[in-house]
Design a protein around this ligand. Structure first.
Ligand SMILES: Cc1cc2nc3c(=O)[nH]c(=O)nc-3n(C[C@H](O)[C@H](O)[C@H](O)COP(=O)(O)O)c2cc1C
Length: 167
């Protein structure tokens, strides 16, 4: 597991090599074994592939960075708040916790499969939902561009020292 957590990084440059659709499917098969509060699995996954011109255009419009268009695939990880577990003591809805676990599982499974990814939450949800129709109650939480990295180099991690975060 150490290798996966150290090898996953936020990739912002993709090659034009296109992963097989079956490879994307297998990543999602493995990743959706992710745990969720009370096993509610309050998530939906949308895959936007290389031939989905409208979907790709929607992502480019919602996240205005040139590099995002290089990725051959995008996974939009979505949440359904009504399906998520709510802690009875303080009514905290755990949707974002569950979605974060699934999203990172996808990233780690992609790393294991030799693919690169990047969490993207800084998209404009109004632009995205104006251009892509999501089912009622389904909210996009994170976009993951997915593909082969343009470079084999894995950037050095910038992290606080473990001792500085232990309390
Ligand atoms: C919840 C979340 C949202 C993020 N949103 C973006 C984003 O919108 N754009 C981006 O380029 N990176 C985004 N990132 C990537 C972080 O900047 C990155 O994970 C962090 O700098 C650590 O670098 P590393 O992933 O390469 O280890 C996001 C990461 C997380 C966990």
């Amino acid at each position: 597991m150490q290798l996966l957590t150290h090898d996953r990084y936020s990739c912002r440059a993709y090659s034009d090599r296109i992963p097989a659709a079956g490879q994307i499917r297998q990543i999602l098969e493995d990743a959706h074994m992710a745990p969720s509060a009370c096993n509610r699995q309050p998530w939906r996954i949308m895959v936007i592939g290389p031939d989905d011109a409208e979907g790709r255009q929607a992502i480019a419009a919602a996240y205005d960075r040139a590099w995002i268009s290089q990725a051959p695939y995008y996974i939009i990880v979505c949440g359904v708040a009504d399906e998520a577990w709510v802690r009875p003591f303080d009514n905290k809805n755990h949707l974002d916790v569950d979605i974060a676990i699934l999203t990172e599982h996808i990233c780690l499974c992609a790393t294991d499969a030799g693919l690169a990814s990047c969490w993207v939450c800084n998209f404009d949800p109004a632009v995205l939902t104006a251009k892509i129709e999501f089912p009622q109650g389904v909210t996009p939480v994170a976009i993951l561009p997915l593909g082969y990295a343009a470079s084999p180099e894995i950037p050095a991690k910038k992290r606080k020292e473990l001792d500085d975060i232990l309390i």
